[in-house]
Design a protein around this ligand. Sequence first.
Ligand code: URA
Length: 271
Amino acid sequence: MVHAFDPGYIAEPFVTLCKQYPDSLVYPLTQFRVEWGPIFHRGRLDGSARILVIGQDPAQHETVVRRILVGEAGRRVQGLLAKLGVTRSYVFINAFLYSVYGSVRAKTRQNPELIDYRNQWIDALVSGGQIEAVIALGRAADEAWKFWKQTSFGADTNIAYAAITHPTQPESSSKRGKVKLAAATKKMLQNWNVALQSLAPEVKHPDLLTPLILYGDSWNDGDRTAIPEFDFPAGLPGWMHEQDSWAKRSGADDLSKRRNITITVPKGVLI
Ligand code: URA
């Protein structure tokens, strides 16, 4: 069996960006899990991306896999891109390089070093002139795009843009209450439908020509799409990119939870 994989950071300016990234002087340890290192992106870095997605911050699965949006949130967004016919020509970055611990202070979010480094990624991804749409997931991502638009390159660039509800906002806003979750999911899918309708005409070079099928009031079959193997580093076992919940922060207190991520091979893989 042949396995496709993402070769990673092999060309400039990404090689240099991955050599020189901000550390805990810019991302304070009290607000970010800097101890696990930065996680930069997922998707095409070869200039072929047509859609740039800006997420928020990586979680434990991303920490292990070293690519972003690889869990449930990623599958939801992958489905959104598929509705636009984009199955390969996309690239994701996050507003933050490290996983948020607690909350992020305004002073940190507005730190020029943090913004400048992220802007260099956006410059690099947009400069090829191929990106036809940008999607921001949640508030921090929207702010990231707006900061970039304040640069001279950003101000001179005209790309279709949609700031949408973060894909796991329904869960985080409903604390597992089923009725609340259903209402929040419906609201989010309506919000995503508005974005789909505004972006679809702007995506002129999709990977597949597909009629735009909007979301209903809840998740339907096919709305969440598997993340392709070619988005992951070489040699990753199938269950890491096909399944969820195999990595958990574990420990009796906050400090141990910061220090430990337990990885469990899912049932069914061995027996
Ligand atoms: N994982 C990420 O990397 N970013 C998000 O916004 C959500 C999950």
